[in-house]
Design a protein around this ligand. Sequence first.
Ligand SMILES: [Fe+2]
Ligand SMILES: [Fe+2]
Length: 142
Amino acid sequence: MASSVVTVIKEQHREVDKLVKQVEAEKGDVAATLQRIYDMLKPHSDAEEDFVYPAIEKVEPETGEEVHDGTAEHHHFLGLLTELLNQEPGGPGFDGAVAAFAAELRHHVEEEEADLLPALQENMSRSDLEAMGERFVKATTG
Ligand SMILES: [Fe+2]
Ligand SMILES: [Fe+2]
């Protein structure tokens, strides 16, 4: 059975959070983990902007402002992540930069799950949610 787009997005959030926790704990190859985070978050954010956020605005036009905030937040945390990728793990300022990125990402994920995704859940049919879920999986896993 196909998964709803809401489930797919939340599962990817949990996967990314596990990796962020590894970076925070300085477990394993931190630079490689940061690269994996980027490789997951970039297509995830692009797919949201491409067809998930527009669908949310369509079913609940009053969420428009939050959808725009969401897009701005993607640019912000991906920018912080790109800076991290260019820094030496353990070097000066690295921990602070990790903390700033993690805080920004968690704030975004919390708001997305609390304020944006429920609009889809409440307004789209099960089959439409599953079709979008499949499209999201394709867009993010190649
Ligand atoms: Fe997301
Ligand atoms: Fe997002």
